[in-house]
Design a protein around this ligand. Structure first.
Ligand SMILES: [Zn+2]
Length: 90
C-alpha cells in the first residue's frame, strides 16, 4: 500500500482496465437504468448525428450511452446503464 489508509492511487487499476476495455465492445452486456432490460450492446438502437452517437434501449427507448468525439477528447457517457458485464474468454 502507498499509505496507511488501505488504498493506492488510480494508476494501480491501469492494467486491469486496459485489459477489460480491449474486448469486442458489442459483446458487452449492459443493463438499462430505466427499465432494467439486459442485452448485449449489439442489441440496441444507435443513432448518429451531431458530434457522435447515442445508443438507446430496445425495450424502452431510454438513452443508454453517448459517445462524443471532439478534436481533442472522446467522451463516453454511460449514465443510462446500471452496469456493464464483460465476457471473459474461455
Ligand atoms: Zn430500457
Amino acid at each position: 500500500m502507498d499509505n496507511d489508509y488501505g488504498y493506492v492511487d488510480g494508476n494501480a487499476a491501469a492494467g486491469p482496465l486496459q485489459e477489460l476495455l480491449a474486448v469486442e465492445a458489442t459483446t458487452v452486456e449492459g443493463q438499462c437504468t430505466s427499465c432494467g432490460r439486459t442485452s448485449m450492446l449489439a442489441d440496441t438502437r444507435v443513432y448518429f448525428g451531431g458530434p457522435g452517437l447515442v445508443m438507446r434501449c430496445r425495450g424502452c427507448g431510454a438513452e443508454l450511452l453517448s459517445l462524443v468525439t471532439t478534436p481533442t477528447t472522446t467522451r463516453l457517457d454511460v449514465s443510462g446503464l446500471t452496469c456493464l458485464t464483460f465476457p471473459l474468454e474461455a
